[in-house]
Design a protein around this ligand. Structure first.
Ligand SMILES: NC(=O)c1ccc[n+]([C@@H]2O[C@H](COP(=O)([O-])OP(=O)(O)OC[C@H]3O[C@@H](n4cnc5c(N)ncnc54)[C@H](OP(=O)(O)O)[C@@H]3O)[C@@H](O)[C@H]2O)c1
Length: 232
């Protein structure tokens, strides 16, 4: 059995990942603030075990407990793989930093950087007894280095996430860790991140299904411990 945790499953790329992961032999754990009942119904119709947790990743001190609740459901006798996909993120505040609300800056860093760090730490701790193949895939962005005005929080959180991937890889290899940067994809986050129409007009957006396929190719077939790669 492959056990796979997907954060940010309610819409966008995370929803597409969850749908594509509905295969026999997979047990899915989905996280977002809103429960996506369509996903739950689809999983039930396909007979795929899915546990959906309504959780706000902003509350980082609660995430160790959340991870414990998920890992408790894993049957060590059949667990061949255990994967965590840190996909959930926000783009706000989209503004110059001097105008950004301090609480929005804090929420941004909690959701985009601290939550994946704490979830990875808890994942490693609580899966330690399992002999399974263990992987963490962090979803980054080309904006981690391609800097634009009004997106300093987003660029900073994604650059931090990428450094986290590389740092963890030099300290241990029991759990493999990687990062992938999807290209521009047609989601609510993309809409919210567009600063000028001129910028938006030039970009051809990928569909969420395509983005999910690319990410899953890296997760299953082209996983490289400590690497952060371009999705396409
Ligand atoms: N779209 C792009 O062009 C693009 C490009 C490069 C990288 N990415 C990356 O791809 C990933 C997915 O982005 P997307 O475009 O699919 O975004 P999206 O459509 O806005 O979806 C974001 C997901 O994250 C969840 N989320 C947000 N805040 C949360 C919180 N506080 N607690 C729990 N879950 C939360 C949302 O669920 P709820 O609102 O229900 O909580 C939603 O399921 C992100 O890491 C993003 O940075 C996107």
């Amino acid at each position: 059995m492959k056990y796979i945790i997907v954060t940010g499953a309610s819409r966008g790329i995370g929803r597409a990942l969850s749908e594509k992961l509905m295969s026999t032999g997979h047990h899915l754990f989905c996280i977002s603030r809103e429960i996506n009942h369509d996903l739950l119904s689809l999983a039930a119709s396909k007979n795929i075990p899915m546990d959906y947790f309504a959780a706000d990743l902003m509350h980082v001190s609660e995430l160790d407990d959340l991870m414990k609740r998920m890992i408790r459901q894993i049957d060590g006798a059949v667990a061949e793989s255990i994967y965590l996909i840190n996909n959930a993120a926000v783009v706000q505040p989209v503004d110059i930093i001097s105008r950004s609300d301090p609480n929005e800056i804090i929420a941004h860093m909690n959701i985009n950087l601290l939550a994946p760090m704490v979830l990875t730490s808890s994942f490693m701790k609580h899966t330690a007894p399992f002999k399974a193949d263990k992987r963490v895939m962090n979803i980054s962005s080309g904006l981690s280095f391609n800097l634009k005005p009004m997106l300093s929080c987003y660029s900073t959180s994604k650059a931090g996430l990428e450094t986290f991937v590389k740092s963890i890889a030099v300290e241990q290899s029991d759990v493999k860790i990687m990062g992938v940067r999807p290209g521009a994809t047609d989601t609510r986050m993309y809409e919210e991140s567009v600063i000028t129409d001129e910028h938006a007009d030039k970009i051809k957006l990928a569909g969420t299904g395509y983005a999910a396929d690319r990410i899953l190719t890296f997760l299953f077939e082209r996983f490289e411990h400590g690497k952060v790669v371009k999705g396409w």
